[in-house]
Design a binder for this molecule. Structure first.
Ligand code: HEC
Length: 293
């Protein structure tokens, strides 16, 4: 007569399967504090216990019908701890006598085929795999679980939120704190293209707005070139509403103006001016004598 799996083991297996099942659908361990989870665990536990009790009754009945030797063998086997028995069963080797019983009646080249039972660990893995597969496909089909697109969107949102929190925690860049950095030129160029090039041209040569690459400036509220550009971009021109207050209006942030001003500084100080012959606007204002940054 076969030995049965202890109830405790069955209950443990049920808890593990339920945990996997809940996790697939809830996608966090929050369910561990939910009464529904523990309710299902308790109900499943009680059912497993009842099943075990019925099994005991059946086993007792069968036991009575065994011969004395069978009874002794059964009791000896029962003394072996469960996990040891499981281990033995998983890696059992047939004796030669047993092999005769399971020999299939064909062979080739002296190799005979045996009708072996599948190892228990293999069968267990197979059942687990099948159950997991069904659960996984169900979770994949009816929930957001394991969907690359949903996961991507979720992570994207989280990153955007994290960036927002980060930039809020950063002190805003003002004309006092802004500094020229050559690292900002490339990004500044892109920002200049989107916000300023319509009037000042991509190369800063000017059109509706003045040429930003030459020495002549209409507005010179600040002593250094970098700060002057920051000032103009933040406050706009007091004389010409076409040059609006991009910073004050909230169209570009202080951090962005810091980059734009670095680009304007770069094209004014480090590149040759865009002359009229090259399509630049004629000089306007007076010659500026900028202090060093
Ligand atoms: C709608 C057209 C327009 C846009 C867009 C524009 N500007 Fe201007 N900008 C002007 C005009 C016009 C002036 C001349 C103002 C004046 O006469 O006082 C000017 C002047 C300036 C000056 C001072 C130049 C001087 O000689 O005094 C700077 C610096 C400047 N703009 C930077 C920028 C930056 C940086 C941006 C992008 C964020 C920008 N502008 C976007 C039209 C524009």
């Amino acid at each position: 007569m076969k030995q049965r799996t202890p109830v405790v083991i069955n209950i443990l297996i049920i808890i593990v399967l339920l945990t996997i099942f809940y996790y697939l659908f809830v996608q966090s361990y929050a369910f561990l504090s939910s009464p529904y989870f523990w309710g299902t665990v308790i109900i499943a536990g009680i059912l497993a216990y009842i099943q075990g009790a019925i099994g005991d009754l059946v086993e007792n009945n069968k036991f009575k019908k065994l011969s004395p030797e069978e009874k002794a063998a059964y009791l000896a086997e029962k003394k072996v701890p469960y996990f040891k028995r499981l281990y033995n069963a998983a890696f059992k080797k047939q004796s030669a006598a047993e092999e005769k019983d399971i020999l299939i009646d064909h062979g080739f080249d002296g190799i005979m085929e045996l009708d072996n039972q599948l190892p228990k660990w293999w069968v267990g893995l197979f059942y687990f795999g099948t159950a997991f597969c069904i659960l996984y496909v169900a979770a994949y089909s009816f929930t957001d679980f394991a969907h690359p697109i949903n996961e991507y969107e979720q992570e994207y949102k989280e990153q955007i939120a994290a960036i927002e929190i980060y930039s809020k925690s950063q002190p805003p860049v003002t004309i006092e704190t802004a500094k020229y950095s050559a690292d900002n030129i490339a990004e500044g160029k892109e920002l200049f293209k989107t916000n300023c090039a319509s009037c000042h041209k991509e190369d800063g040569g000017g059109g509706i707005g003045p040429n930003l690459t030459d020495k002549y400036w209409i507005n010179q509220p600040e002593k250094t070139l970098f700060k002057n550009v920051f000032h103009m971009d933040w406050n706009g021109s007091p004389n010409n509403p076409a040059m609006r207050a991009f910073g004050k209006n909230g169209e570009v942030s202080g951090a962005e103006i810091e980059k734009i001003a670095a680009y304007v500084y770069h094209i004014n100080q480090e590149l040759p001016p865009v002359t009229e012959a090259q399509g630049g606007a004629a000089p306007q204002g007076t010659e500026a004598h900028w202090e060093k940054e």
